[in-house]
Each structure stands twice: as structure tokens, then as C-alpha cells.
Design a protein around this ligand. Structure first.
Ligand SMILES: Cc1cc2nc3c(=O)[nH]c(=O)nc-3n(C[C@H](O)[C@H](O)[C@H](O)COP(=O)(O)OP(=O)(O)OC[C@H]3O[C@@H](n4cnc5c(N)ncnc54)[C@H](O)[C@@H]3O)c2cc1C
Length: 326
């Protein structure tokens, strides 16, 4: 690891200023992902701006029917917090599936959604792939069993975060502090950018911008499901995950639905067509089968990952069946 300086700012404004003054400074929250990248030599910042000592960025409150979750809130807190369990049970369920209890006690909600890809070519210090400024995505001709089946190209990474798809399904926004003391609100649907827009970054934050909190409407009482398929039953990243929720009327007809996939596309993948196909119908077998098929329509698997298409279709079917209480 290269030598670096370390700063523990006393306020968000100080942190934003430090980042603005040092072009190759990096923000560190729990450090789970960033320190791993530094040890592998993938990133070598000259300055670490460690914000873990800012208590104003941690905590969960309910205001006017919206949950506000501080950016430094630990993933472990999301699993057990009573407000999250009542007002965003989908997020609590996703949090329980992240990594291990030790990592959930270290990792933060913002760090989790902004973690870098797990692609083994990106993580290999000797590989100079497209995401790191090289010319080619090595997954195209290489071992691509864990790569994207939807929205891939020219780079074929997948979203490794379990929380990002759940938060997107829940209609969350990120509140971002920017240079000059101003604040902006970014819906998660606009926070993440695909490799066609930017093959080097997964999000649309500028250098120096800090997420201070996540903000989402209450989904109390709405049927919801988070399902994750992984290779091992111990900790593992998703081969595919489904975050689903719906609202039905007293007649059992679906009024609105969201289906968002993780582990299969460069960003959390909004299967909007699949969700839309459920609206105006009861959650019958035919409607569920049609939505599950629609969720993977347009999939373009690579040589080794066609299994993800059927895996995802079945996972969506199972998630929708659980929404109706099967
Ligand atoms: C063995 C292992 C297994 C794992 N399994 C899973 C899994 O199953 N599911 C899953 O979802 N994740 C998994 N992870 C990933 C883990 O959850 C994340 O690495 C962790 O949550 C990152 O959070 P952090 O606070 O430590 O982020 P950091 O490492 O501190 O930061 C990560 C990135 O986010 C940026 N950042 C952090 N906070 C902010 C902020 N407030 N504003 C702007 N930028 C910010 C940092 O600059 C950095 O680029 C696993 C990790 C490991 C090591």
C-alpha cells in the first residue's frame, strides 16, 4: 500500500472542503471496501478523509411519513431498527442478507450502495481493464460467469450491493452535500449510471460530493419481498437478487408494483415493464408468470452466464408469489 495522509474532519463542510482541495483524496466511511481497494493497489489516494466521527450523519428518523437514514448508519442497524422494520421492511430484509454480522457492524448504508464492483478483472491489481482506464472489458473474452446479463457493455460488471436495489424499489433519494455548502437531492434512479454513460464510475456524484442521508417514503403495510440467490450459503455476493413490492386494492387488484434486480446488471436494474404488467390485475399465476418472463426480456448473456436468465426468472416468480402470501 502506498503512503497516505489521514484527516478526521469535524464537520461535513470541512470534509467537503478537504476533498475539494485534494484532487486524489478519498472519502472513507466504514472503510470495508475502500481499504480493500487500497491494499490491492487499485486505488492509491494521497489523503483519506475519514467521516466516521460525525455523529450527525448517523441515525434513523421518521418525518412526515418519510424515513431519513443518516449516510453513516450501519447496515447492522437497518436489520433491527424498529422504524426500518415497520416503514421499510424490504430494506431490513435486504440488510440481513449483506455479508456477515461483523461486516454489517462496520459497513454503512452509503458505503454499501457506493461500493465498487466485485468483477475479478477490476479487482485484479495486474489487470488494466476498461473500468480502470484500459481499452477492453476483459470479461468479454474471459471468465464471465458472474457478469451482467442485462444492460452490459462496453463493461460487464454487476451491481454488488444488496441495499441499492431495495432502496431503488422503495423510491429512495440521496441527499448530497456539495462544495459551497449547498445541498441537492438525487433520486436513486438518477444516482447510478451505466457503463455506456461512464465506463469508469458507477454513480453520478462529482469529486467532493458527500451523501449525508437517504430519504424514502414509508412502505408500511405493503407486501414486499427480498430474495437473493448466491453460490454459497455463507456470506456471498448475489448471483441475482429481487426486491419486489406492490400495493393492492381491497379487491386484490394490483395498483402499483416495483421489481428491481441486483447482481445481473451494472447497476440496480429496474424491471419496470415487468412491474407495470402486474398493474390492474390480481396477482394470479398467469400474471406472475408473465411478469417473471418480462423481468429478463432483452437479457444478453455472455458465454458462461446464461444460467442467470432462468435463475432470475424463477427468483422473480418466487418473490411475486410471496407478495400474495404463498
Ligand atoms: C467479505 C465481504 C463480503 C461482502 N458481502 C456483501 C454482500 O453480500 N452484499 C453487499 O451488499 N455487500 C457486501 N459486501 C460489501 C460491503 O457491504 C461494503 O464494502 C460496505 O458496506 C462498504 O461500506 P463502508 O461504509 O465500509 O464504505 P467505504 O469502504 O468506506 O466506502 C465505499 C465507497 O463509498 C464512498 N463513500 C462512502 N460513504 C460515502 C458518502 N457518505 N458519500 C459519498 N461517498 C461515500 C467511499 O469514498 C468509497 O468509494 C461485502 C464485503 C466484504 C469484504
Amino acid at each position: 500500500m502506498k503512503r497516505f495522509s489521514f484527516a478526521a474532519p469535524a464537520s461535513v463542510d470541512d470534509a467537503v472542503r478537504l476533498l475539494a482541495e485534494h484532487e486524489d483524496a478519498r472519502l472513507m466511511a466504514g472503510g470495508v471496501d475502500l481499504v480493500h481497494e487500497m491494499k490491492r493497489g487499485i486505488r492509491s489516494p494521497s489523503l483519506l478523509v475519514h467521516i466516521a466521527g460525525l455523529p450527525q450523519l448517523e441515525g434513523i428518523t421518521l418525518n412526515d411519513g418519510r424515513l431519513e437514514i443518516g449516510a453513516l448508519t450501519k447496515i447492522a442497524a437497518l436489520e433491527s431498527d424498529e422504524l426500518v422494520i415497520e416503514h421499510a421492511p424490504l430494506l431490513a430484509a435486504a440488510a440481513r442478507e449483506v455479508a456477515t454480522p461483523q461486516l454489517r457492524a462496520m459497513g454503512t448504508i452509503a458505503g454499501n450502495i457506493l461500493q465498487r464492483p466485485q468483477c475479478w478483472y477490476y479487482r485484479d491489481p495486474d489487470s488494466f481493464c476498461l473500468r480502470k482506464g484500459g481499452e477492453h472489458c476483459h470479461a468479454v473474452a474471459g471468465d464471465n460467469r458472474y457478469h451482467a446479463i442485462l444492460g452490459g457493455g462496453p463493461c460487464h460488471i454487476v451491481c454488488p450491493s444488496d441495499l441499492a436495489p431495495a432502496l431503488l424499489a422503495l423510491g429512495a433519494s440521496a441527499v448530497v452535500s456539495t462544495a459551497g455548502g449547498s445541498e441537492r437531492r438525487v433520486p436513486l434512479s438518477e444516482l447510478f449510471v451505466g457503463p455506456r454513460v461512464d465506463p469508469h464510475n458507477e454513480h453520478a456524484l462529482s469529486h467532493g460530493e458527500i451523501i449525508t442521508r437517504l430519504d424514502l417514503p414509508s412502505s408500511a403495510g405493503l407486501p414486499n419481498a427480498f430474495l437473493k440467490a448466491r453460490e454459497r450459503t455463507a456470506w456471498d455476493f448475489a448471483l441475482s437478487s429481487v426486491s419486489a413490492l406492490c400495493e393492492t386494492g381491497p379487491d386484490g387488484v394490483v395498483r402499483r408494483a416495483r421489481i428491481v434486480l441486483g447482481g445481473v446488471a451494472p447497476n440496480a436494474w429496474d424491471a419496470a415493464e415487468a412491474a407495470e404488467s402486474l398493474v390492474g390485475r390480481p396477482l394470479g399465476d398467469d400474471a406472475i408468470d408473465a411478469a417473471a418472463a418480462a423481468s429478463v426480456r432483452g437479457a444478453r448473456p455472455l458465454r458462461d452466464n446464461a444460467y442467470k436468465v432462468e435463475l432470475t426468472r424463477r427468483l422473480v416468480k418466487k418473490a411475486l408469489e410471496s407478495l400474495r402470501g404463498d
